[in-house]
Design a protein around this ligand. Structure first.
Ligand SMILES: *Cc1c(COP(=O)(O)O)cnc(C)c1O
Length: 395
């Protein structure tokens, strides 16, 4: 899965282009940058790949989410529906915006269940952030229909799912904006980086401004001549990070082909294990195939198989016990433990984070095991894994 597995001469060349000019900043310095605009080039390519009209790079996926939330006008007191199975960054971004994360149940897509959004809807609900977890899609068409009917903003966290699609349309393009992460363990890495895509000129302009202190980038070569239509912050990406990502992005097709081939080999081999059912994929052809996720009949059996897999040399995430990706262990959220005082503490409509009950999500996640699909596996590696997996299911 991670782009770092195939870091090579292409990345080195793009970075050297930047180092040779000494211009590490994405804006300005036209005279000395020798025509290199790596962030800009990355953005154009991201737009081409996803079919989105506009694309903007940020310092991280989290910065992209914070920027997109701000651009969508989501802030103090607004409720935002999010899933309990995601990386903590999703709800952190909502809290950073001064808004309130409200958790809804997931289904066997391992993503938000569109049929369970209504249950947590209130007059203060402003947006829904489905997270396309582990490389594949939520029931995004149904989530979009719900948002349209209720007048809610749809913002997609596609941080783990670059290259994924639903019925031929790229993940991240269904809502008002979509966010990607290019951190060190994602499909494409910049080292650190994130991206926002949108079809709205207005949202794009606000993202471009917000992530650069409000600069409107209309002042010409003198940055000091820019106007500042909004208050922003600094979530800019550096040219060095963008250069790494640009080389990686050019390899996306190869990455996806390899992941799909490796995943299919393992999935086929597991298809005759009577206890196993696979994660529901609303469109199997749009799976970016970074993970193979499956269900065991009971929690006890899932724990046993996960332990066997680790013992047999194929450690595989059992997310139910995971510190970072499932709500059960988000003690900092439960206590609203912030470094500074949080705006959310002032809200009078806070969910009871200490005592969240997500029984349907628990019933799925307690039986779920995922396997990360790596790019660097040889055919022999895959055969060995299949043997280890088969052994792990013996009773
Ligand atoms: C990685 C990730 C993020 C945050 O991205 P960073 O680039 O690490 O800040 C957000 N959401 C999800 C689902 C992620 O997996």
């Amino acid at each position: 899965m991670p782009g770092f597995e195939i870091f090579g001469d292409e990345e080195r060349k793009e970075v050297t282009d930047v180092l040779d000019t000494g211009v590490l900043f994405r804006y300005g310095f036209e005279g000395s940058r020798n025509g290199h605009f790596k962030a800009l080039e990355f953005e154009k390519k991201l737009g081409d790949i996803t079919g989105a009209a506009f694309s903007h790079l940020c310092a991280s996926g989290t910065a992209a989410l914070c920027t997109a939330l701000a651009a969508c006008g989501i802030g103090a007191g607004d409720e935002v529906i999010v899933p309990p199975f995601t990386f903590v960054a999703t709800f952190e971004a909502v809290i950073s915006a001064g808004a309130i994360p409200v958790f809804a149940e997931i289904d066997e897509t391992l993503c938000l269940n569109p049929d369970r959004l209504e249950a947590v809807l209130t007059p203060r609900t402003k947006a829904v952030i489905p997270v396309h977890m582990c490389g594949a899609m939520a029931r995004i068409d149904e989530i979009k229909t719900f948002c349209d009917q209720k007048g809610l903003i749809l913002l997609e966290d596609a941080c783990q799912s670059i290259g994924g699609s639903f019925q031929g349309k790229a993940l991240g393009t269904f809502g008002l904006a979509g966010c990607f992460s290019f951190d060190s363990v994602k499909t494409i890495t910049c080292g650190e980086g994130g991206g926002i895509i949108t079809n709205s000129r207005k949202i794009y302009d606000l993202c471009d401004q917000f992530s650069d202190h409000g600069h409107d980038h209309l002042g010409g070569p003198d940055r000091g001549a820019d106007d500042h239509p909004i208050i922003g912050t600094n979530y800019r990406i550096s040219e060095l990070n963008a250069a790494v990502g640009l080389a990686q992005l050019k390899k996306l097709d190869h990455i996806l082909d390899t992941q799909r081939k490796h995943k299919n080999a393992i999935k086929d081999a597991m298809a005759n294990l009577p206890e196993v059912t696979f994660r529901y994929l609303p469109d199997p052809f749009g799976d970016s195939a970074t993970f193979l996720s499956f269900f065991l009949p009971t929690q006890a059996r899932a724990r046993q198989v996960a332990a066997n897999l680790a013992q047999n040399g194929v450690p595989s995430p059992y997310w139910y016990d995971n510190n970072w990706h499932y709500y059960k262990r988000w003690h900092h959220l439960k206590g609203l433990t912030g470094a500074a005082r949080l705006a959310i503490e002032l809200a009078d409509n806070l969910p009871d984070y200490k005592d969240m009950k997500l029984a349907e999500s628990d019933a799925i996640m307690e039986r779920t095991i995922s396997m990360q699909i790596m790019l660097s596996w040889s055919e022999a590696d895959i055969d060995q894994r299949i043997q280890a997996i088969t052994k792990s299911f013996k009773k």
